[in-house]
Ligand binder design. Structure first.
Ligand code: HEC
Length: 179
């Protein structure tokens, strides 16, 4: 059985690391080298290398939980769960809550403007003050939460985008010419 040996070695190593560091520094290196035969054979990795890298990059940004919480508690009410501006709380508003899946809007608005609208409300970006401010998100230390909300707002457009890409559909179009 090789596993118990590895586990023991790891435990030894961990104990050595968390133990009395000064003493260890002066004495030997306490890391007992694991038996050579326990090392796994070199993995034939090169061909799959790009995938882990891509995954790592994709994982670098994660929307903070607090952003998700704020979104569900405040934004979805008016803007709707799907970001289309159709939340119950926004019904009858003039202008209606912004539909974030509208590509025309998404193309023009900057991330900075979205962030300002969130913190300062519609009035902060020259829009209707029915879009309420979120003063508790003001100030640098809440910036990650605001950034997360900006990402969420943008993500609705991204989710809606594929159907709007012109290259997807036209190949079967000619059938429309009926006599
Ligand atoms: C009380 C309803 C209401 C709530 C709650 C609300 N909004 Fe809005 N929001 C609006 C309305 C109405 C507009 C449209 C303002 C306009 O077009 O003049 C708007 C516009 C926006 C815009 C577009 C701003 C621009 O410059 O075009 C963004 C982005 C936005 N809201 C994000 C959010 C986020 C994120 C939240 C949650 C933190 C939120 N809103 C909460 C009603 C609301």
């Amino acid at each position: 059985m090789k596993r118990p040996i590895i586990v023991a070695a790891v435990l030894l190593f961990a104990a050595a690391c968390t133990g009395d560091k000064k003493a260890d520094d002066n004495n030997k290196q306490p890391v007992t080298a694991p038996p050579a035969q326990s090392a796994p054979p070199p993995a034939p990795a090169p061909s799959v290398a790009p995938t882990p890298i891509a995954t790592a990059v994709a994982r670098v940004y994660e929307i903070p939980d607090e952003s998700k919480k704020v979104f569900t508690q405040r934004c979805a009410l008016c803007h709707g769960k799907g970001g289309m501006g159709d939340g119950a709380g926004g019904r009858g508003m003039k202008p209606p809550p912004q539909n974030w899946t509208d590509p025309a809007w998404g193309a023009l608005v900057t991330d900075e403007q979205i962030a300002t609208a969130i913190v300062k409300g519609g009035a902060g970006v020259g829009k209707s003050s029915t879009m309420p401010p979120n003063p508790d998100l003001e100030g640098g230390f809440k910036q990650p939460v605001v950034d997360g909300l900006v990402h969420m707002v943008r993500s609705f457009a991204a989710a809606a985008a594929p159907s709007a890409t012109p290259s997807a559909a036209p190949s079967t179009a000619p059938a429309a010419t009926h006599p």
